[in-house]
Write a protein of this length. Structure first.
Lengths: 320, 331
C-alpha cells in the first residue's frame, strides 16, 4: 500500500509537467499574439515583453528563432511557476495576476461542483437502491426512464428547461448570478442531473447483482430486518462501482460546469478558462489548465486509495 | 430477460486444424467464424425484438433523413444559401404556417437552420466516432497482441489519460488548429480533436478481448504458417471482435455529438453563420429573458438534439444487451 502511494505521488508531478508542456505547445499554435501586434512600436514591445516575461520575436523572424524564443519563454514561465508558484500577470485583465483571478473564481466553481456531486451521489444512490428493491415494478421503470433521459440530455437542455420553468415562468429561483444560496439551486441541480442518472444506473446494477449473493440469503436467514440487509450488507458492495465512477465524475463535473456557468452567468473558473482561450490570455490559460489538472489528478488518487480501503479484496498494484 | 442463453456447445468444439496455404478462403468456413456468424445473427434477432430499439431506430432514421434533406435544401442555391437567408422585416416570428419553427433574430427560418445544423452535428459526431474507433482498436489490439511490458506500458498511458481534463485539451486543440481556418477546416479539426480523446474505453475493451483470443489454436496455426503480425491482428483476430467493436462504437457516437454540441455551445466549435444544434441552443438561451421568451429558438434545436441522443443511446444499449447475453441477464 505504502509503496503504491509513493509511486503514485512520484507520478503526479510528471503528469502535471506533461500537461503543462502540452498546453504550452498548443498555445504556441494559436494564431496571433495576445498583446503585441506588428503596429506596436519597438520600445513598447520590449516593455510589454519584459512585463509579461515573454521573449519577444520580431514578426519576420525565421521559424527557428521563433521556436527558440518560445522555448526561452517556456523556461521563464516554468521556472517562475516552480520556484515561486506564480503564474504571472493576466494579459487581458489589466493589473490582475492569474493567481488573483483563480483565487476569486475557483471557490465558486468548487462550491457549485461539490454541491452537485453530493446531490448526485445522494439522489442517485437512493434511486438506484429503490429501483433494485422494487425491480420490474413501476418505480423501477420510472427510475430507469429518468436515468435514460438524464444520460441523453445535454446539460444545456436541462438548464434551459429548468431556467425557463422555475426561473422565468414560476419565478421561484433567481435565474443567474452568484452570492446567495438560492442562486446555487438551479445550476446545482442542472449540473448534477446527468451524474444522478448514471449513479442511479450503476447502483441499481450493483444491487441487482449483490441481492442474489449467498451472504445476503444468510443475512436474511438469520432474521435481520430487510432494511438492514439492503442498506448495510448489500449496499456496501453495490457502492463500489459508484466509488470508482467518482474519479471520472469529478473530471466531468469540473468541465461540465463550463456550460452551467455560461447559462446561469456564474463568474466561476470555467468561464474564466473559456474567456481566456477566446481572448488568448496565455497566462490565464496555463493557470486554469494547471489548476484543473491538479484537482483531477489528486481526486483520482484519492478515489483509487479509497477503493482499496473499502474493498479489502482489491490489492493495488505494487502492493505484493 | 427470458431469452434462452446462447448455445455454447459450439464454442467447446475443438477447432479444425487450419489448412495451410489457402488460409483466407478457409477462414470464412472455419468453425470459429461460423459460430461467430450464427451468434451475430441471434444477437441481431434479439436486437430487433426490443420495442425500445425499434422506436429508437425509427426516430434516428427520420431525424437523419430530415437533416440530410434540410442540409441539401439549406445550402442551395450556392450564392444565397437558405440557411443564412436573412430578412430583418420578419425577425422573431413565432411558429406559423409559413415558418413552422418560427424565425430568429435576423429573420432566418429556424426549421431550415435546425435541420442544417443537425446535419453538421451528426456528421461531426460520426466522423469523431470513426476516428476514435480507429485509434482505440489499433491501440488495444497492439497492446493485447504484443503483451508483456509493452502492454502494461500502453495501458498505463490509457489509465493516465482517463484522469486528464480532456475537454480542456480539446478546446485548446480546436482553437490552436482551427481558430482562423475555413469552416470545413474547423469541422475537421473539431472531429479529430473529439475523436482523439474518446478512444480510451474502446482500447481497453479490444485489448481485453485480444488478450483472451491470441492464445487460440487458430492463431498459433497462423503463426506457424508464417502470417505476419499485422495479418494475424487484422485478418484473424479483429473479425472476431466485430460485435463488441460495433457496440462500443454506437455508444461513442452520442458521446461525440454531445461533445460537439458542448463546444459549439461555448462558441468554440462551429462558428456563425454555420450552425450546429449546440450553437443554435446557445443562441436561443442567450436570448431568453423574463419579458419575452423566444421559446422556439431554444426548444426546437434542443428537442432535436435530445431525441437524437436518446435514440442513439437506446440503440447502443439494445446492441450491448443483444451482443452480451451475460450482461443482459444481470439487468
Amino acid at each position: 500500500m505504502i509503496a503504491y502511494v509513493i509511486r503514485r505521488l512520484i507520478q503526479l508531478p510528471i503528469i502535471l509537467w506533461v500537461i503543462y508542456t502540452l498546453t504550452y505547445v498548443l498555445i504556441c499554435q494559436h494564431p496571433g499574439n495576445p498583446f503585441i501586434d506588428d503596429k506596436t512600436p519597438r520600445e513598447q514591445r520590449a516593455l510589454l515583453a519584459a512585463r509579461y516575461g515573454v521573449v519577444d520575436t520580431p514578426a519576420d523572424a525565421p521559424w527557428r528563432q521563433r521556436w527558440a524564443d518560445r522555448g526561452r519563454t517556456y523556461v521563464n514561465y516554468l521556472g517562475r511557476l516552480v520556484l515561486h508558484g506564480d503564474f504571472g500577470l493576466s494579459s487581458q485583465n489589466a493589473g490582475k495576476t492569474v493567481g488573483d483571478i483563480i483565487g476569486s473564481t475557483l471557490p465558486r466553481s468548487m462550491m457549485l461542483g461539490a454541491f452537485a456531486l453530493v446531490l448526485a451521489v445522494l439522489v442517485g444512490c437512493s434511486l438506484g437502491v429503490l429501483a433494485a428493491v422494487r425491480s420490474h415494478g413501476p418505480v423501477d421503470y420510472f427510475v430507469m426512464l429518468y436515468a435514460m433521459l438524464g444520460i441523453s440530455l445535454p446539460t444545456f437542455v436541462i438548464g434551459a428547461v429548468l431556467l425557463s420553468f422555475f426561473g422565468f415562468t414560476l419565478g421561484l429561483f433567481p435565474v443567474g448570478g452568484w452570492g446567495s444560496p438560492a442562486q446555487l439551486v438551479l445550476p446545482g441541480i442542472t449540473l448534477s442531473l446527468p451524474f444522478t442518472a448514471y449513479i442511479a444506473r450503476l447502483t441499481r446494477a450493483g444491487m441487482m447483482d449483490v441481492l442474489h449473493a449467498d451472504y445476503i440469503r444468510t443475512a436474511r436467514a438469520k432474521g435481520l430486518p430487510e432494511r438492514r440487509v439492503v442498506l448495510k450488507h448489500a449496499f456496501k458492495l453495490a457502492f463500489l462501482p459508484v466509488l470508482s465512477f467518482l474519479g471520472p465524475a469529478t473530471a466531468a463535473i469540473l468541465t461540465g460546469s463550463f456550460v452551467v456557468e455560461k447559462i446561469f452567468n456564474i463568474p466561476g473558473i470555467g468561464r474564466a478558462f473559456v474567456i481566456s482561450v477566446q481572448s488568448k490570455d496565455y497566462g490565464l490559460i496555463l493557470g486554469t489548465v494547471m489548476i484543473y489538472s491538479t484537482l483531477l489528478v489528486v481526486a483520482n488518487l484519492i478515489v483509487d486509495l479509497a477503493y482499496g480501503l473499502v474493498d479489502p479484496r482489491i490489492r493495488l498494484e505494487g502492493d505484493a | 430477460m427470458t431469452q434462452p442463453p446462447v448455445p455454447s456447445n459450439r464454442a467447446a468444439d475443438p477447432p479444425k486444424p487450419a489448412t495451410i496455404g489457402r488460409r483466407s478462403q478457409d477462414d470464412r468456413s472455419s468453425p470459429e467464424s461460423r459460430r461467430d456468424s450464427s451468434q451475430t445473427r441471434q444477437a441481431m434477432r434479439r436486437f430487433f425484438r426490443s420495442r425500445l430499439v425499434r422506436v429508437g431506430l425509427a426516430m434516428l432514421v427520420l431525424i437523419a433523413l430530415a437533416c440530410v434533406a434540410g442540409f441539401l435544401y439549406g445550402t442551395s442555391p450556392e450564392d444565397q444559401p437558405r440557411y443564412n437567408d436573412q430578412n430583418l422585416t420578419r425577425n422573431y416570428q413565432p411558429p406559423s404556417r409559413s415558418h413552422w419553427f418560427g424565425t430568429d433574430d435576423v429573420g432566418r427560418d429556424v426549421l431550415v437552420r435546425t435541420l442544417y445544423g443537425g446535419a453538421i452535428s451528426l456528421a461531426v459526431g460520426m466522423m469523431a466516432a470513426l476516428v476514435s474507433v480507429a485509434i482505440g482498436v489499433t491501440w488495444g489490439a497492439i497492446a493485447g497482441y504484443v503483451g508483456g511490458k509493452t502492454d502494461s506500458f500502453m495501458m498505463r498511458i490509457v489509465d493516465v489519460l482517463y484522469g486528464l481534463p480532456y475537454l480542456l485539451l480539446v478546446i485548446l486543440f480546436a482553437v490552436a488548429f482551427g481558430g482562423a481556418g475555413s469552416p470545413v477546416r474547423r469541422m475537421v479539426v473539431l472531429f479529430l480533436a473529439i475523436g482523439a480523446v474518446s478512444w480510451l474505453t474502446m482500447a481497453r475493451v479490444v485489448r481485453g478481448q485480444v488478450l483472451s483470443l491470441r492464445n487460440n489454436d487458430y492463431v498459433l496455426a497462423a503463426v506457424a504458417a508464417g502470417a505476419s503480425h499485422a495479418r494475424i491482428i487484422f485478418v484473424h483476430l479483429l473479425p472476431n471482435l466485430l460485435g463488441p467493436i460495433i457496440v462500443y462504437a454506437t455508444l461513442i457516437i452520442p458521446q461525440a455529438i454531445l461533445q460537439e454540441s458542448f463546444l459549439s455551445f461555448l462558441s468554440i466549435g462551429v462558428q456563425p453563420p454555420a450552425a450546429s444544434w449546440g450553437s443554435l441552443a446557445a443562441d436561443g438561451i442567450g436570448k431568453m429573458n423574463p419579458v419575452i421568451s423566444y421559446w422556439w429558438l431554444t426548444l426546437f434545436p434542443c428537442l432535436a438534439l435530445a431525441l437524437t441522443l436518446l435514440s442513439l443511446n437506446l440503440i447502443g444499449d439494445g446492441l450491448r444487451d443483444a451482443f452480451d447475453p451475460q450482461l443482459r441477464e444481470k439487468k
